[in-house]
Write a protein that binds this ligand. Structure first.
Ligand SMILES: C[S@@+](CC[C@H](N)C(=O)[O-])C[C@H]1O[C@@H](n2cnc3c(N)ncnc32)[C@H](O)[C@@H]1O
Length: 224
């Protein structure tokens, strides 16, 4: 029985190293956890969700795929109620506000024994700014496209000293280094959105206008 894993979640799985002990935060249906175990990629999996409904559906799905007993399930807001003995935390399909509040509530994650795989749905520049300002380093980032939507997936470790510029919070150096064939199209999409915002602010000018204008110029100068 094939696991209905989206390309977005497959990209997250591709960042997992063989033998990793994984914590799947906001597991919902549980397919990422199930895939990592049935494929023999993860050595253990914690699957958690803040809501009982999704957690139950993850349990039902895990049963269907024969890995119910291999997954440790927790009802938890972020990492608050889960054990700390994992290597890689995956947070997929959430917005930047939620991811930031999860990281804020767990300073113990700021330790180079942990690796984060983040697939953020909204306000990604804000998330990258937060990560950069709080000592997190985006070591790898790749792109997935499903329908007309782009999904950057990043690998992050705690390693202070890698400050991003404002433009790099839109297109991170790690994403440029990844060399994804989707990159030119993604940069165009990002700059188009910024151009629309800048045009909207142009009449009144102001700090935000200056700021976005500068970011736009920097992104337009990227030679991809
Ligand atoms: C849109 S689903 C994404 C599910 C799956 N990770 C994916 O990417 O397909 C978001 C899930 O995160 C859960 N969630 C939201 N806030 C959370 C938090 N603070 N801690 C844990 N889970 C959370 C929701 O209940 C929901 O099941």
């Amino acid at each position: 029985m094939k696991i209905p894993l989206s390309d977005r979640l497959m990209a997250c799985c591709n960042f997992i190293s063989p033998g990793d002990r994984v914590a799947d935060i906001g597991c919902d249906h549980g397919y990422l956890s199930i895939y990592l175990l049935t494929q023999g990629i993860a050595s253990s999996v914690i699957a958690s969700d803040i809501n009982e409904g999704p957690l139950q559906s993850a349990k039902v799905n895990a049963q269907r795929y024969g890995v119910r007993e291999k997954i440790a399930f927790y009802l938890s807001d972020g990492v608050q109620n889960i054990p700390r003995d994992f290597d890689t935390l995956v947070c997929a399909g959430m917005g930047a506000d939620t991811m930031i509040s999860i990281l804020e509530a767990a300073p113990w994650l700021q330790n180079n024994q942990y690796r984060l795989i983040l697939q953020c749905q909204s306000k990604r520049p804000m998330l990258r700014r937060y990560l950069s300002d709080h000592g997190w380093h985006i070591t790898r980032e790749t792109l997935v496209k499903e329908g007309k939507f782009f999904y950057p997936v990043m690998e992050v470790i705690y390693e202070p000293g890698h400050l991003l510029t404002d433009a790099q919070c839109y297109i991170a150096p790690a994403l440029l280094a990844d060399g994804s064939p989707l990159l030119p199209e993604f940069i165009q999409w990002v700059t188009d959105a910024l151009q629309t915002a800048v045009t909207g602010l142009a009449r009144n000018g102001g700090k935000k206008y200056e700021e976005l204008q500068k970011i736009l110029q920097e992104l337009k100068s990227l030679n991809i």
